[in-house]
Design a protein around this ligand. Structure first.
Ligand SMILES: [Zn+2]
Length: 676
């Protein structure tokens, strides 16, 4: 087995044999995979027979099997467990893969076949799903430049290739700044205010990082390390130090500075959009979304912005009153918010945390899936793993039939990028036979110390449920074609299945059953539960403002056409001033590390999608509240049929209406955030 990526895997569930795969194997596997798909594509494009759905679309969907497999293993590792060697291959492969993809979309004879089928699609005797596949491919090709001529075509392909390298460079810079920063604390007074769970997580981090100083505690720029420190540390100077490092990721002078990457990415995007006849990248990006235009996205954001801003200003007054500070700064917000929360609701994070054990909350998320969709999760120990702490779960349906494999990779480490995400090692499809998916959820939780359970914050717990919502969207898919299956939906719809799932976490019956104390095993007391529920809209002014401001900066940035002289820092400042950003709140992501925008095109000019999806999720979950049962069979069945299993089989608004019986309204979102 010296070429494990090129052989058929006989491992349980056909998991990649991670113990045999070395970073060196990827280059050769990629080269073969690209060569094979190139031959396959040429055969389709040059087929002397007239184009048919079978010999063109199905052939295209079936092509690139090795490439999909190699890419999924490689990019999962590069996100979850990277190494200098993998990073090197990534820098080498990114432009090659982009060139390959560009060549596919710019293959003129291939596009002619698709175009012919597209023009005649209603007369081919195809079902709705197959017609949608033709439409989707046609649009993919058009948006990738297939209708461009001569020099424009070449330019478009070259730009795409350059963009891919820049995305890689941007991400690697952010990771480098995150991985290199570590605040090491050894003195008791530096730990002032930190509860035990923060201290023990920090001790473990120090140990993991090989820090040998006595009494060493490490705080890193992973949110799960940073946020608790900002919440509890009495040391304003250290909070400032940490906050500053957090905000400057990608902006520090030196080899990891992202400014040139950002400018070049924006210029290339603008050029791409203008080649295709759009005014700017925003117009291009939003044309293929549920929102349909930047105006529609901005209208929603602004509808939320004003009430959120007023609420945040009120929250700030509360913080100032309690702290006595008249120079409240961004690094004070979490700390004083926690104190106000304690005063208003008699609630503090340290009191809640022992009830939020990771393993119990995973049980809860599986339980909810079982109650809603009759699926079962059973841990499997004999699977191949790329890291010890990953766990695997076989998913089966009510009849015991295999649905998919779910991998859970929960813990932060320096070889993993920050944030939380779902991805796949294998996508679900049914072309000639049923292929069931392998789905992975990644989180960045701080692992409990040796022998101790991992405890989450409420935010972490929400993230756990969120990613699992994406996970189910991949796992439950019953769509035939890979291009339309699982999470391959429009980007402002893809957050709906994930966000709606978060709602079940905060239900009393779920918390009562699964939020049990780590030491005593006692369920969460009713009074505490009630205080948590009462506090749900607390600090939502802040949370909404930090998010919406980032989304508005994103839209404005991608509408900018004068890029040569653009000063990013000044641009952020001006945009925030124009919307009257409340003082002492930072953007959730500043531009130099805004990976959503600059690590790929997926969320560029599209950071608004979370709010768009939240309209759907708040309105959608109301269906269960209206039914008086969070597991009510009828909405659960419709949610399953039209959303979680349905991929991109139909237009997203039609899918939503089929689930809900009507279009969504914004009011439930405003109510949920306490902004109505
Ligand atoms: Zn998500």
């Amino acid at each position: 087995m010296n070429k494990p990526l090129l052989q058929k895997w006989s491992t349980p569930f056909e998991m990649p044999p991670f113990d045999l795969i070395q970073a060196e194997h990827f280059s050769e596997a990629f080269e073969s995979a690209l060569r094979i798909q190139k031959t396959e594509i040429e055969a389709i494009a040059q087929n002397p027979e007239a184009p048919t759905f079978q010999n063109t679309l199905i052939a295209l969907e079936s092509s690139g099997e090795l490439l999909n497999q190699t890419s999924s293993v490689f990019f999962n590792l590069s996100s979850s467990h990277t190494s200098p060697k993998i990073q090197e291959i990534e820098r080498d492969m990114a432009p090659k893969l982009a060139a390959h993809s560009a060549a596919l979309f710019l293959n003129a004879p291939l596009f002619q076949r698709i175009d012919a089928l597209h023009q005649n699609r209603m007369n081919l005797g195809l079902d709705a799903e197959s017609i949608r596949l033709i439409e989707r491919y046609h649009l993919d090709f058009v948006r990738a430049g297939a209708q461009l001529k001569d020099q424009d075509r070449i330019q478009f392909a070259q730009n795409a290739e350059k963009l891919a390298s820049l995305f890689t460079a941007f991400s690697q810079n952010v990771l480098a700044d995150e991985a290199s920063f570590c605040l090491v604390l050894t003195q008791a007074e530096e730990l002032d205010g930190l509860p035990d769970f923060v201290k023990s997580a920090a001790q473990k981090l120090a140990k993991d990082r090989g820090i040998t100083q006595p009494n060493a505690h490490a705080i890193t720029l992973s949110r799960s390390s940073l946020t608790p420190f900002m919440t509890f540390s009495k040391r304003r100077d250290l909070r400032k130090q940490l906050w500053t490092a957090w905000c400057q990721r990608g902006e520090n002078a030196g080899p990891h500075n992202n400014e040139a990457n950002m400018r070049e990415i924006l210029k290339l995007r603008l050029a791409q959009a203008q080649l295709l006849g759009y005014r700017d990248f925003s117009e291009y990006a939003l044309a293929d979304t549920m929102a349909g235009s930047a105006k529609a996205a901005r209208d929603l954001l602004m509808r939320v912005w004003e009430p959120a801003r007023l609420k945040a200003l009120q929250e700030r007054e509360d913080l100032q009153k309690l702290s006595g500070l008249n120079d409240l700064e961004a690094w004070d917000w979490h700390y004083w918010t926690e104190r106000v929360r304690k005063e208003k609701f008699d609630l503090n994070e340290a009191e809640i945390k022992p009830y939020l054990q990771l393993n119990k909350l995973m049980e809860a998320m599986f339980y909810v899936a079982h109650k809603l969709f009759q699926v079962n999760f059973k841990e499997v120990k004999n699977i191949a793993k790329y890291h010890d702490t990953v766990t695997g779960w076989e998913v089966t349906d009510a009849h015991g039939k295999h649905v998919g494999l779910f991998l859970s990779d929960n813990f932060a480490r320096s070889s993993k990028r920050s944030g939380a995400w779902m991805s796949t090692y294998r996508d679900p499809m049914h072309l000639t036979q049923s292929v069931r998916p392998i789905v992975v959820n990644n989180n960045n939780f701080s692992q409990g110390a040796e022998g101790q359970p991992t405890l989450l914050s409420l935010d972490d717990a929400r993230t756990l449920f969120h990613e699992f919502g994406h996970g189910l969207h991949g796992l439950l898919s019953q769509v035939r074609y890979p291009r339309l299956s699982g999470t391959s939906v429009l980007r402002d719809f893809v957050e709906f299945p994930s966000q709606v799932y978060e709602n079940w976490l905060m239900q009393p019956q779920i918390l009562k059953q699964f939020a049990v104390h780590a030491e005593t095993g006692e369920p969460m007391p009713d009074a505490l539960l009630q205080r948590i529920l009462d506090a749900q809209t607390f600090n939502q002014g802040f949370a909404t403002v930090e998010y919406v401001s980032s989304a508005l900066v994103d839209l404005a940035l991608h509408e900018t056409t004068n890029l040569d002289s653009l000063d990013f820092k000044a641009f952020e400042k001006q945009t925030l001033a124009s919307i009257h950003m409340p003082p002492a709140i930072g953007m959730r992501h500043r531009l130099p590390h805004f990976s959503h925008l600059f690590s790929s095109n997926s969320y560029a000019s599209a950071y608004y999608v979370y709010m768009w999806a939240e309209v759907l999720d708040a309105d959608g979950f109301d269906a269960f509240l209206e039914a008086g049962d969070i597991f009510a069979a009828e909405p659960a069945q419709k949610l399953y049929e039209h959303i979680y299993t349905a991929g991109n089989r139909q237009d997203p608004m039609s899918a939503y209406v089929a689930f809900r019986g009507r279009e969504p309204t914004v009011t439930p979102l405003l109510t949920k955030r306490g902004l109505a």
